[in-house]
Design a protein around this ligand. Structure first.
Ligand SMILES: NC(=O)c1ccc[n+]([C@@H]2O[C@H](COP(=O)([O-])OP(=O)(O)OC[C@H]3O[C@@H](n4cnc5c(N)ncnc54)[C@H](OP(=O)(O)O)[C@@H]3O)[C@@H](O)[C@H]2O)c1
Length: 246
């Protein structure tokens, strides 16, 4: 086994919302690459089932119940990672919700906005804040925030003709993008790289059956950034392994 493989085999990756969709596929691809993977799921039974199915494929994956809106469950997850693995190398903030598809910004309920921000923005923020100290111990970390081009400013300004729809979801992703830029500056000197990814419209419960992109393709850029050893960018926004505009 060469040195790079050996290092990769020791790496521990956490993928939030790993029981279905893009998160599950990211977890699968990371595991295939030899990383140890812990998926988080909201539901114990879904976690157990996902891990069992992955083990049948020969993959070694464990799960932990986490609701990213619940700070205590995030704290427990990081504690477990610390005690069971002693390190945290890769964090993929994938868990996300969309509650206001097609609803105008003029009509969206404030509670819907808050619930969406709580998962898509604060969820990522609290896991990053809890994880960075552990990453810092080994002066190595790859954080990938699964964002969306729908939160990019040119699209917000009307490029896709979506007008002011899905504003809670889209603004939550703009916030996640901003978070990516700011965290990047504060981890730049400690070996940690953080980037945002737009997976495109992917065939999942969220993306719909008619989406043009398979989960395998949708997971690819996140896995690429999560496992990049040398010359990994910091503070970028990517789709199909290419930088895109904020
Ligand atoms: N699919 C697309 O076309 C597309 C496009 C652009 C960006 N994205 C982004 O990609 C990510 C994954 O999307 P997807 O299409 O795979 O979505 P999905 O199939 O709807 O899966 C979402 C995952 O997030 C989990 N989740 C939701 N709220 C959570 C919470 N509070 N705590 C913990 N986990 C939570 C879900 O858990 P449960 O199973 O318990 O609900 C599920 O595992 C999202 O951030 C999404 O915004 C998707």
């Amino acid at each position: 086994m060469n040195k790079q493989m050996d290092q990769a085999n020791q790496r521990l990756a956490v993928v939030t919302g790993g029981n279905r969709g893009i998160g599950r596929e990211i977890a699968r691809q990371l595991s295939v690459k030899g990383l140890q993977v812990l998926i988080t799921t909201r539901d114990e039974e879904k976690g157990r089932q996902t891990v069992e199915e992955m083990r049948k494929e020969g993959l070694s994956v464990v799960y932990q119940v986490v609701d990213v809106t619940d700070a205590e469950s995030v704290r427990q997850m990081v504690e477990r990672v610390k005690s069971d693995f002693g390190r945290l190398d890769v964090l993929v903030n994938n868990a996300g919700i969309i509650l206001d598809r097609g609803v105008s910004v003029l009509d969206v309920g404030e509670s819907v906005m808050r619930e969406t921000f709580e998962t898509n923005y604060f969820g990522a923020l609290r896991i990053i804040q809890a994880s960075v100290p552990l990453m810092k111990e080994h002066r190595y970390g790859r954080i990938v925030n699964i964002s969306s081009g729908l939160g990019a400013f040119d699209i917000l300004q009307g490029l896709l003709g979506l007008k002011g729809s899905s504003s809670a979801y889209r603004i939550s992703k703009t916030m996640l993008n901003a978070l990516t830029c700011l965290v990047a500056q504060d981890v730049a000197d400690i070996g940690i790289k953080v980037n945002a990814v737009c997976p495109g419209r992917v065939q999942t419960d969220m993306g719909g059956e008619d989406a043009p992109i398979t989960v395998e393709q949708g997971a690819d850029t996140a896995v690429w950034l999560a496992t990049m050893e040398k010359d990994c960018p910091n503070g970028g926004f990517f789709r199909e392994r290419m930088p895109i505009a904020w």
